[in-house]
Write a protein that binds this ligand. Structure first.
Ligand SMILES: Nc1nc2c(c(=O)[nH]1)N[C@H]1C(S)=C(S)[C@@H](COP(=O)(O)OP(=O)(O)OC[C@H]3O[C@@H](n4cnc5c(=O)[nH]c(N)nc54)[C@H](O)[C@@H]3O)O[C@H]1N2
Ligand SMILES: Nc1nc2c(c(=O)[nH]1)N[C@H]1C(S)=C(S)[C@@H](COP(=O)(O)OP(=O)(O)OC[C@H]3O[C@@H](n4cnc5c(=O)[nH]c(N)nc54)[C@H](O)[C@@H]3O)O[C@H]1N2
Ligand SMILES: [Mo]
Length: 701
């Protein structure tokens, strides 16, 4: 067996090196076993240190997903009303000619008319080639609207950039050497399994693990302590922690003086947050805050490394950006960065020397400056009329690597937008998702087993390569190929539209990564310092950890981070007294995998977790069908009385497909389009609701 050979359609068994394409910090190295041209097993590459030969349950089921009987394997054209899901097969030639003609007609309507065309994509694949490679070239040449890709992480990303100078932090493997790990807004066992391995190792060597999360998650179960704060109150907790560190002088004065900016200002602000005040805001006891500060401060005193694994769960609220800024500031107070096992990790993305300009060719805009549309408010944006402010109404939408009808907030508005009869919608997909139901054309895309790609990671610092393990199924084509052919139909003649996928793979990192090594091993570890900020060297304008950000101040924002309350604060509404969060389900990846039967069976059905006291107060029983509702909509699902829910907070897990829900809806029927303080991100976990028994029990869907 030669693990580096490409797909050969014979009866021999071969093993092909690949990369997991999913939106997850682990970015695993895959080893696909192929027999007679068929992928029979997808496993973890034992040679890759972080993957260590093990995959999560869902990606182990990749053959089931790839060969799923409902894979879309030929182009489809809509024949029924939008949303009805009725399509008929059509040839690639006919589909692409018609799509090109429709786009050309829109673009020909005036100088900036192509702005009425909008790409909509996210991280269905994180691949640099099948993501924004050829697609970006296509939309740049066209002069289409730009998409602000904010739906996941942009509040936290902006916070890191303003504080540390980039999406940078601790290296994954050094968590194993930490003595204290705060797992902050992250259900690592669900969403960052390969980090959990290192955390376990630390724990086995005596480290203390503390989970900070409104939900008693699987991860919280395995930690030494759990702090179940109310959603959106992390900023108050961080400020109060700082208060205690200052009061007890658990500080690294030398680090603060040399490598930070704005300490006096931050110090004064933190001193306004004694534990009693923060405890009221967070809905926890002041002694929990004091204990947390003692643990964190002890590391300052002893010089033992204290680490924080933050994840994006804590930034999906109004004040998510400010809270992330405060948490990212904590390690500097105690000088945790001096040790390679100390500091914080939210994202490692900025470590990667990606050659975006070569890959995406923004120069093809040729001086045109199309508007930018925020993907998180797609509902409202599809419903906006032409205006001076907005420009033309959106007339065409090209969706790839995303399922906005299921995953974008405020579904009622999103669906209303997608239902518009005058909107021309093309969806590149593997499956007939909730979004594909509204398409004029569905184009069959290949999966990761069928195409080339290269990857970065936001949880570690290895570049990965993905080789095709099998030939494309049916008539499916890689996204890049679809855009290449569409470019041809549009008459785009720049030579860059002829670059094939392997050329694009080489271009993604250019000379910064040894491509031959990547071809051979499937991964290349970037050479980076062990402890990035041990001697300052922050890539901020001041070169310091910026507690105070002059850049934010220049944008008219508070230059100093603060606790910013939710748009919908707990206790602010009589009608909607419960806070609802909707974090990831373990066996789904956002809305991906929901249609894979064996995984759906593990998740059961859409559920709302509720504390027994909240259920009793409403006369609700476990297993009742309930109406969860607020001013935006109604979502029906089964109630699960669960110790995982704290009083006052309900958890609606996973992003189910609407069509698998009880009444054809999912949890995003309730979430709002309001944005975060910085980073223009959505606020999925900043959402008040009420819950009552469904009077239509046993009734219609
Ligand atoms: N299995 C699986 N893995 C995934 C995903 C998935 O859907 N399924 N999603 C992937 C994606 S897209 C991303 S962005 C990453 C990271 O995804 P994240 O969304 O960060 O994923 P989690 O760490 O599972 O969940 C976040 C945790 O934050 C908690 N939380 C909610 N609100 C708050 C709050 O206000 N404060 C605090 N402190 N905690 C809060 C939730 O209860 C949950 O346990 O994971 C990826 N990995
Ligand atoms: N209520 C609530 N809503 C949320 C979240 C939450 O926690 N709660 N999480 C949010 C977050 S963090 C994120 S990142 C977003 C994620 O939202 P999306 O990025 O839309 O992610 P998915 O739901 O996984 O949908 C990705 C789609 O891409 C398709 N796909 C995969 N690979 C390819 C490919 O190679 N080619 C093509 N053409 N298609 C492909 C898959 O089949 C899938 O249907 O959801 C957000 N929505
Ligand atoms: Mo995400």
């Amino acid at each position: 067996m030669n693990p580096t050979s490409t797909a050969v359609p014979d009866v021999k068994t071969s093993q092909i090196l690949g990369a997991c394409p999913h939106d997850c910090p682990d970015t695993c190295s895959l080893l696909t076993t192929v027999k007679g041209g068929v992928a029979i097993k997808v496993g973890g590459n034992p040679e890759h240190p972080h993957t260590a030969g093990a995959l999560c349950t869902k990606v182990s089921r990749y053959p089931e997903r790839t060969y799923h009987p409902q894979r879309i394997l030929q182009p489809l054209k809509r024949v029924g009303p939008k949303g009805s899901g009725q399509f008929e097969p059509v040839s690639w030639g006919a589909a692409l000619s018609d799509i090109a003609a429709r786009l050309q007609a829109i673009a020909a309507d005036g100088p900036d008319a192509a702005q009425a065309i909008l790409p909509y994509s996210y991280a269905g694949t994180m691949g640099l080639v099948q993501g924004e490679g050829m697609a970006a070239r296509f939309f740049h040449q066209l002069g289409a609207s730009l998409l602000d890709r904010t739906v996941c992480s942009s509040a936290g990303a902006e916070a890191l950039t303003q504080t540390l100078g980039g999406k940078l932090g601790m290296h994954l493997k050094f968590f194993a050497e930490s003595r204290l790990i705060l797992i902050w807004g992250s259900n690592s066992i669900t969403s960052n399994l390969h980090f959990w391995r290192y955390a376990q190792k630390a724990k086995n060597q005596g480290a203390k693990l503390i989970c900070i999360d409104p939900r008693k998650s699987e991860t919280a179960d395995k930690c030494d302590e759990h702090i179940a704060l109310l959603p959106g109150t992390d900023g108050a907790l961080a400020l109060s922690l700082m208060h205690e560190l200052i009061q007890h002088d658990w500080l690294d004065h030398d680090y603060l003086a040399r490598y930070t900016l704005g300490w006096d200002l931050l110090r004064s602000r933190a001193l306004q947050w004694p534990p009693e005040r923060a405890a009221r805001v967070c809905g926890i006891g002041p002694e929990q805050i004091r204990a947390l500060a003692r643990d964190y401060g002890a590391c300052a005193a002893s010089g033992e490394p204290a680490a924080i694994r933050m994840n994006y769960g804590m930034q999906r609220v109004h004040g998510g950006g400010n809270a992330a800024r405060l948490i990212a500031s904590l390690p500097a107070l105690i000088g945790a960065w001096r040790h390679r096992a100390g500091g914080v990790l939210l994202s490692s993305s900025s470590s990667f020397p990606i050659q975006r300009a070569a890959l995406q060719r923004p120069d093809l805009l040729g001086g045109r400056k199309p508007r930018t549309i925020n993907m998180s408010t797609i509902g409202d944006n599809l419903l906006r009329a032409a205006s001076q402010d907005f420009g033309p109404a959106v007339k065409a939408l090209i969706v790839y690597n995303s399922n906005p009808v299921a995953i974008a907030p405020d579904s009622a508005r999103v669906v209303q937008g997608f239902e518009r009869d005058d909107l021309f919608t093309v969806v590149l997909e593997h499956f007939q998702t909730d979004t594909a139901d509204y398409a004029d054309y569905i184009l069959p895309a290949t999966t990761q087993l069928e195409h080339w790609d290269v990857h970065m990671s936001y949880g570690h610092t290895d570049v990965l390569l993905n080789r095709p393990a099998i030939a494309p199924l049916g008539q499916a084509k890689p996204n890049a190929q679809i855009f290449r052919e569409l470019a041809q139909h549009m008459g785009f003649d720049d030579p860059c539209f002829a670059d094939d996928d392997l050329t694009l793979c080489r271009m993604a990192y250019g000379a910064a990564v040894d491509f031959d090594e990547l071809l051979e091993k499937g991964f290349v570890t970037l050479k980076l310092p062990d402890a990035p900020f041990a001697q300052g060297a922050y890539p901020t304008p001041s070169g310091k950890c910026e507690f105070f950000s002059a850049r934010l101040a220049a944008m008219g924002l508070d230059g100093l981070p603060d606790h910013v309350p939710n748009h919908e604060p707990f206790n602010s509404s009589v009608d909607y007294p419960l806070a609802m969060i909707s974090p990831p389900a373990r066996n789904f990846l956002n809305s991906s995998f929901v249609n894979v039967e064996s995984l759906r069976a593990l998740e059961g059905e859409p559920l709302l977790e509720m504390h027994a006291d909240d259920a009793a107060a409403r006369g609700l029983q476990n297993g009742d069908t309930v109406r969860v509702f607020n001013q935006r909509g109604v979502y029906r699902c089964k109630l699960k009385i669960s110790r995982r829910a704290r009083v006052g907070v309900v958890n609606g897990l996973g992003v189910w497909w609407r069509k698998h829900g009880l009444a054809g809806t999912n949890v995003n029927e309730l979430t709002s389009q309001a944005l975060t303080d910085i980073g223009r991100a959505p606020t999925f976990y900043d959402c008040l609701v009420q819950v009552e028994a469904d009077s239509r029990i046993g009734g219609t869907h």
